[in-house]
Every structure is written in C-alpha cells, then in structure tokens.
Design a protein. Structure first.
Length: 126
C-alpha cells in the first residue's frame, strides 16, 4: 500500500471517529411517554424533548423537528386502528414487524407473542 493511500485512510478514519464521538455527546435528548384516556379508549404517544431552545441546533425559541419515528411493542392481540398526527404528518398505516409478517423473514427472531409497529413522521419541519 502506498504512503498516499495510508494517509487518506488515516484521515478518513480520523474524521469518522470524530464525527461518531461528537454525535454521541449531544445534549439534545428525547424521552417517550404513552398515556391512555379511558373514556375515549385512546392511547397517545408523546415525544418529549430533554433540552431547551434556542440551542446549537435550533436558534429559534420554538422546538422544531424535521423527522421522527416511534416503535411500539404491543401484545399480539392489540391492533392500531387509527393514527392521528397532532403535529406533523405521521404514517397512517404503520409498518408491522415481526414473525409471520409478509416479506420480513429477517425479523423471525422477534417474539411472536407481540406485534411491533413502526410509525414515522414525514420529513417536513414542524
């Protein structure tokens, strides 16, 4: 291997490691919360920012998010019948993962006692 190739590989690895380390030290974290309204029989999934605005990534005082995703593991008998997006455009037909789902043999190792739903938000800033 030539010296020039070694130098290029070194710089590539250096930038890759620095980028990875920087992304791991972000103070912008989120947490999830699920609530249930008995009267309406309605579950609500909340994505709660664990940081304040303005910050390094958002100079505005209002929190903005271009995309998001929530993955839920629920008992197999539980069916999501409707998705209502409070803020942003969310998938109305969530992706279902797990055993016995069509074209997903790579998820056969997941427990078949549960359904796994992936609900994504379109990439528009809200």
């Amino acid at each position: 291997m030539e010296m020039k190739q070694r130098i290029l590989i070194f710089w590539f690895l250096l930038f890759a490691v620095i980028g990875q380390l920087k992304s791991q030290t972000s103070t912008n974290t989120i947490r999830y919360q699920i609530t249930y309204e008995t009267v309406k029989q309605l579950y609500t999934v909340w994505i709660i920012p664990g940081y304040n605005t303005p910050n390094t990534f958002n100079a505005d005082t209002a929190e903005r998010g271009p995309t998001a995703q929530v993955t839920l593991r629920v008992p197999k008998s539980f069916l999501i019948t409707e998705v209502i997006g409070v803020k942003g455009e969310w998938d109305k037909t969530p992706l279902r993962l797990g055993p016995n789902e069509p074209n997903q043999s790579f998820f056969n190792s997941l427990s078949d006692a549960y359904r796994y739903y992936v609900i994504g938000k379109s990439a528009t800033e809200t």
